[in-house]
Each structure stands twice: as structure tokens, then as C-alpha cells.
Design a protein around this ligand. Sequence first.
Ligand SMILES: [Zn+2]
Length: 183
Amino acid sequence: MKIAKNTVVTVEYKLSDAQNNLIEDGRQPMVYLHGGYENTLPKIEEELDGKETGYASTIQIEPEDAFGDYDPNLLKVEERARLPGPLEVGMQFEGLPEGGDDEEAMIFTVTEIADDKVVLDGNHPLAGMALRFELKVVEVRAATEEEIAHEHVHGPHGHHHHDEDDEGEDGEEGDHFRTHPIH
Ligand SMILES: [Zn+2]
């Protein structure tokens, strides 16, 4: 079966930066619903469209087609006391940018901890980086009607609805893969 809109694609991948430093070894393959549902990066869909099981390639994706340029305005310094403890560099919080509203909640990563101040970075950890994906298609199947309606993949491993995508779907017992390779 060829990869086309409304197929579910299983891809083994290895993610490196442009200097070939390994970022993620993809021990868990990515499983996503193909067809512009924003389940994965558009450049990956573009590369795999029309291909079949066994297809392998390596693509490089520039920051503007991945997680954007690094924006120094998204760094903020917060009072240590305003954050829950214990804190470690690398921890992530959901928060609002300065002057933002609920529509703009974003993930901040702790990048520095001083005595009473914490530096939070609202950039995606992969912002500003060119990404190199080694891809290998291992399975292609037709999506179910329910998957198409939900715009994501349902899997056999008992994953729950990812709440940010599925508000208002309470009561449905769908199983879900995490379809995005970047955490
Ligand atoms: Zn669902």
C-alpha cells in the first residue's frame, strides 16, 4: 500500500542535528496519520508521500520547517519561590508568555537555576536547529474511520487520549500512540 492521505504510517527514524550528533535514536518507531493532520512535520509527510513499506531515506529539515528559529524573547527569569520545588535543569512547565492569554500556553524548560532565580526558556528544545532524519517505512495501513474523525492514530497499547488534543472527547476509550517524534 502506498502512503497517501488517511493511511497510518509506521516509520523507524533516527534524529540527528546537522553535525550528525544523535538527538533521538527512535527506539520507538513513530506512528502517524498521514495527510496534513499535523501529526508529524510536513517535510516528513512530503518525503514519504506515495512511498511504500521498505522505503528509506535521510532528509535534512531547516529550522523554519521544523521548530522555528531560536527566539531570545522567550527567555524569562522567574523568582525561584514562584515555582514548585524541587527544581532541576531540564524540567518543563506549562506557562504563559509575558502578556499572553490562555490561547498561548506554552512549555518552558528550566535552563538555569541560581539562588533565588530560575531561567525559563519558552523555545522548543529543537528551535534553531537543522534536523536530520533517517527514515525507514516499516508499515502502511488504511486508517479507520474513527482515526480519520479524530485526526490521529489509535493503537493497541492502551494509550490514552492526549488531553491537549482531545478536550471534549471524555468518555471515549480510544488508544493512542504518541505520534510525534519530539518530546
Ligand atoms: Zn481519538
